[in-house]
Design a protein around this ligand. Structure first.
Ligand code: G6P
Ligand code: MG
Length: 216
């Protein structure tokens, strides 16, 4: 039924969703913009500049329009410096439980594996986590026209491993990512809360509960 599994990274394989949010919160505090815990869900899967725009808008209607593109770039770079400092020491011990097993089972089942992460930090993080060699292709978020929730990145990931969308399973922890997968014409597995990931075809609470055998 499937030829490839397309994985998101942050919150699916790597335990980094909360680290992204902590970095945004710190930047927000410096700008006088408080981000309540519920904001984390809105930022999941959203690329760096898109996240900054959501945060500035959260601070008030003036926040985005009064800043130049250059000022926004500096702010986004600052958040990224907080994030990269925080993940610098990540090792295979920081993989989400089950992540390596899931990748190994998918490979053993003869399916291709591609990464469809919005993160520009994904390639070095895969190396640090020791899973780069288990992944056949990495879709480059800089190489596609529109970020998640558009389908582009998942379609690119499928193309890289030579799979047609109908025979791809996409795995995501974000609302934006599930929309991407569905709009790409793929089957979507959500990792998280079914009342949040309402568009997913299937939802499992954590990566640990995902077994490719259930989908073959
Ligand atoms: C993932 C995360 C987002 C993050 C995005 C871009 O989708 O879920 O929180 O904003 O990647 O990450 P980057 O490392 O490029 O800033
Ligand atoms: Mg994610």
């Amino acid at each position: 039924r499937f030829d490839a599994v397309l994985f998101d990274l942050d919150g699916v394989l790597a335990d980094t969703a909360h680290i992204h949010f902590a970095a945004w919160r710190r930047l927000g505090e410096e700008l006088g913009i408080h981000l309540e815990p519920a904001f984390e869900e809105k930022l999941k899967g959203v690329d760096r500049m898109g996240s900054l725009e959501l945060i500035l808008a959260h601070g008030g209607p003036e926040g985005s329009v009064t800043r130049t593109a250059e000022e926004k770039r500096v702010l986004a770079d600052r958040k990224n410096s907080y994030y990269t400092a925080a993940i610098a020491e990540q090792t295979p011990d920081d993989l989400l439980p089950g992540a390596r097993r899931v990748l190994e089972e998918v490979r053993a089942a003869g399916l291709k594996i591609a990464l469809a992460s919005a993160s520009r930090n994904a390639p070095p993080l895969l190396q640090q986590l020791g899973i780069a060699s288990l992944i056949d292709a990495i879709a480059d978020p800089a190489a596609v026209k529109a970020p998640k929730p558009a389908p582009d990145l998942f379609l690119e990931a499928a193309r890289l491993v030579g799979a047609v969308p109908e025979r791809c399973l996409g795995i995501e922890d974000s609302v934006a990512g599930i929309i991407s997968i569905k709009d790409a014409g793929m089957v979507a597995v959500g990792i998280g809360d079914p009342t949040v990931l309402t568009s997913a075809d299937y939802v499992v609470p954590t990566t640990e509960q995902f077994h490719i055998g259930d989908f073959l």
